[in-house]
Design a protein around this ligand. Sequence first.
Ligand code: HEM
Length: 430
Amino acid sequence: MSGVTQVNDRGSGAPPTAAVLDRERLRELFDLRSSYNARSGGDYEDDPNPVWRELRERGPVHEGIVHELTGYDRPAMFQGLPYPDRPHFSVFSFDVCDQVFRDNETFASSPQAVDPTGGQIGASSSMLSMGGAQHRRYRALVQPSFVPARGPWWITNWIEETVHALIDRFAGDGAAELNVDFCAAIPVLTITSSFGVAVEEALHIREVLNDPPEVIRMLAPIVAARREAPQDDLISVLVQAEITDEEGVRHQLSDHEIYTFAILLLLAGSGTTWKQMGITLTALLRRPEVLEAVRADRSLLRPAVEESVRWSPTDPMFARFATRDVELGGLRIPRGSVVHLCLGAANRDPARWDRPDEFDIHRPMKRSLGFGSGAHVCLGMHVARAEITVGIGALLDRLPNLRLDPAAEPPRLIGMYERGATEIPVLFDR
Ligand code: HEM
């Protein structure tokens, strides 16, 4: 790894070259069972849905933590954990999860006030942890780059070329492993190249995400370069953004605020989309007649992605902190409690969906909680949808007769708080 970050000055329309990605490093980083993912219960290999169904049938809210209630007895970390000194409750129904997501006066995203201008840089100082007007001010700065109308900006600048460069690497082989060699690489390359990070550095930035000073070292030359000469990319959006503070004074974002945004986008945008794309591909490849229907009619790709996000959301749990004593689903929740929202269970609530355990791309479209709900609803959901539909669409276009390798172990979905597929070995005609 070079000591100095290479700034990608190719600007918009100049894609990353995925050929330089090191396959072995990708494998180490993007195996759910690797030490990198072990903290969130990567070694959980069961299907949690039968237990969640049983819990939901007994009541919408239970005292306890999702993984413990599910029968996973090793330590697992995620948003809202560990906080051993607070009471913990978990919600399993759609209506109550949605109610909590939408009431961030009573259910805050963070146990304390957030200071985005100083202190430690990371998700806990980002807008993900903010509430009310502070959250709205910060979110408004980046929202315009993530609206559906910006889809083509993401697709033509970064997604399409990345997807095709990755397929070029295996299209002549007649066989591939799609989860790591394809799905994992797309989101990390999309978000890093939208920052102007050179593709050679993309994996390193992903590797050191939990080491903010190292991420900052890599981003600093880009932020400085974009302050000098803005381009058509995301860091340029951030250096040009102006925020109005509580006193009504407008100011540009500090470097500290920009790094915080960048780290949040990297954290929130790369692992999630990788795993959801793998889940979608697994669901389709394991149902050849559904894959065939999508191959024949690409307009079915979009409902297939929505159904995958409902049926098996990659992050099946997020948390909130009760700001006052409150009653929820028949239980008294004391102020200060952590309330875990099991969206995985909420998304299979039979009160909202018929045959909720079935993966059915033809079911009537209804909002699920896979991208969250309320003020913090996923900022990047349209980018994620674009990455997955462009990615799978290109596989279908370029790899005739794409199918699971019958000689290999078929992919399974594993993981507790970050769910995704095991390897996805496929064959296709050359
Ligand atoms: C399929 C892939 C994805 C899934 C399933 C997903 C899921 C979610 C969920 C459930 C939340 C709500 C968290 C909460 O309420 O506490 C969220 C928030 C967020 N997501 Fe995503 N996400 C995905 C992809 C992305 C991508 C590609 C990006 C960025 C490029 C992104 C950026 C964010 C950000 C910045 C937030 C925080 C929004 C806020 O606090 O207002 N996500 N995501």
